[in-house]
Design a protein around this ligand. Structure first.
Ligand code: ZN
Length: 492
């Protein structure tokens, strides 16, 4: 297994440090990533978050780990203000559009899958939904009540943060102290069912007009947002698992609450490594629909946005995203996409020429050293921008090899090509689109070769008008024929 030869360092948001990664069970990894709330088209920032974890999932598998990757679909319980007030996001959309809540869920789950598929994200191993796990969530809530860390109030169930904080430390992930949170928060107005402002809902009693409701021991109602992730992660990955990921904005309160619920259930931390992907800005500013500074992932592919000069392919978009480290803020702009397109095309054109390189008797390039640098970048908290800079060093190698200013033995050339393929296609995920491109390229090459044969035949028959016509028509398509000693070759 490759992982035995590597020391992988991962930045853990819990310790705010890079730590050496050791899975609970050798060779196996459990990874949970908070999925989307499916009430609108997937946001470009979300695509970036899920793409970051897709890259991480791909690299862990590349290292030879067997990864169970669970990413949920939130289809109930996420309220408009992210805390415990306001309408359910899905119910609100359903009301505004006169749809069943499950129609909203279906529509935007399909959109989410479609977009992620276009950007070549691998599907997770399990994709559970909150509404599919109501019974399990009721079980988790009951356990926390039984353990003394939650209370029932007017048909709703709240997590008792103050009680929890006596035995554990609430705020350990977001590095906040409960005392500070308490003094900064507004006072309860006497209308609330909560004992304290920091308490969060695990079950909410539904008003009579509320559409999404299930029976429970406490009331007809619905689960709180944080409960589903605790429930589904422990169901599929166990009471303690290796990696939990999500967007930076989920650190508080969502992930903080997940840790509290996990400890309140089992007495121990539910997760060893917490990973957070950073935000995406558009033209240097936060994306917001209201200001028009907003772009949907599908609009990049169609080019139908006033913020873009043209359409861009999904691999180019992916290449741009991979050029920023997942923990850094990434800025998306038309200029950045134009530059990414140039870089991406340069990389791919160079890779295309790799199979044509002839082997030499000796290696004058140090492929082992280059390999070590590529892995060192990825082992340093998945540093894809550094990896990409090494890949461009590899492009420089290809140019030297083409010019015959350098040479590689057959074994080194094989290793070099294999590494390129592993990193570009398998790890960075620039693959599927390229394969499609590649099969089309093969067909195109076959067709051009057929035309060259027909031209040769025409020339053998002294039908020069036909042979010239073939050459000129191909030239009009930017396909240039070159007659040489060993026959005709082409460039396009
Ligand atoms: Zn979650």
């Amino acid at each position: 297994m490759i992982y035995k030869d590597h020391t992988l360092k991962i930045y853990n948001s819990l310790s705010n440090k890079k730590e050496t990664f050791t899975p609970i069970e050798e060779g196996y990894i459990g990874m949970y990533v908070c999925g989307p709330t499916v009430y609108s088209n997937v946001h470009l920032g979300n695509v970036r978050t899920f793409m970051s974890f897709d890259m991480i999932y791909r690299y862990l598998q590349h290292l030879g780990y067997k990864v169970r990757y669970v990413r949920n679909i939130t289809d109930v319980g996420h309220l408009v203000d992210d805390l415990d007030e306001g309408e359910d996001k899905i119910a609100k959309k359903a009301r505004l559009e006169k749809l069943e809540p499950m129609e909203v869920v279906q529509r935007y789950t399909l959109d989410f899958h479609d977009i992620l598929n276009k950007f070549n994200l691998l599907p997770p191993s399990i994709e559970p939904t909150a509404t599919g796990h109501i019974i399990e969530q009721i079980g988790v809530i009951q356990k926390i009540i039984d353990n003394g860390y939650a209370y029932v109030s007017n048909g709703s169930v709240y997590f008792d943060v103050a009680k929890y904080n006596e035995d554990y430390e609430y705020g350990e992930l977001s590095h906040r102290k409960l005392e500070d949170m308490a003094s900064n928060s507004r006072q309860l107005d006497g209308q609330s069912d909560k004992r304290n402002e920091q308490d969060f809902a695990m079950w909410k009693r539904a008003d009579p007009e509320h559409l999404m409701r299930w029976p429970s021991p406490w009331s007809d109602g619905f689960p709180g947002w944080h409960t589903e992730c605790t429930t589904m992660s422990s169901k599929y990955l166990g009471k303690k698992f290796d990696i939990h990921g999500g967007g930076m904005d989920l650190k508080f309160p969502h992930h903080e609450c997940e840790i509290a619920q996990g400890k309140a259930c089992t007495g121990h931390a539910p997760v060893n490594y917490w990973l957070h992907a950073n935000l995406l800005t558009l033209n240097g500013k936060k994306m917001a629909k209201s200001s028009g500074n907003n772009i949907l992932p599908g609009e990049i592919l169609s080019g139908k946005s006033p913020l873009l000069s043209k359409a861009y392919s999904a691999p180019v978009t992916r290449f741009l995203m991979m050029q920023t480290h997942y923990r850094s803020i990434m800025d998306f702009s038309d200029e950045a996409m134009l530059a990414a397109e140039k870089g991406y095309n340069r990389l791919m054109k160079s890779l295309e020429t790799l199979p044509k390189i002839e082997t030499g008797k000796v290696s004058t390039l140090d492929i082992a050293e280059w390999r070590a640098k590529c892995y060192a970048a990825m082992n340093d908290d998945f540093n894809t921008p550094i990896l990409i800079s090494h890949l461009f060093e590899g492009v420089g190698f290809i140019n030297l090899l083409k010019d015959k200013s350098a040479s590689l033995t057959a074994a080194d050339l094989d290793l070099f090509a294999k590494l390129f393929s592993d990193f570009v296609y398998d790890v960075l995920g620039l693959g599927v689109a390229f394969e499609i491109y590649d099969s089309r390229t093969e067909k195109l090459k076959g067709t051009i070769n057929l035309l060259i044969e027909m031209r040769d035949l025409a020339r053998a028959n002294r039908n020069y008008s036909l042979s010239d016509q073939i050459r000129d028509r191909l030239a009009m398509l930017d396909i240039l024929l070159k007659d040489g000693e060993n026959g005709t070759t082409f460039d396009y």
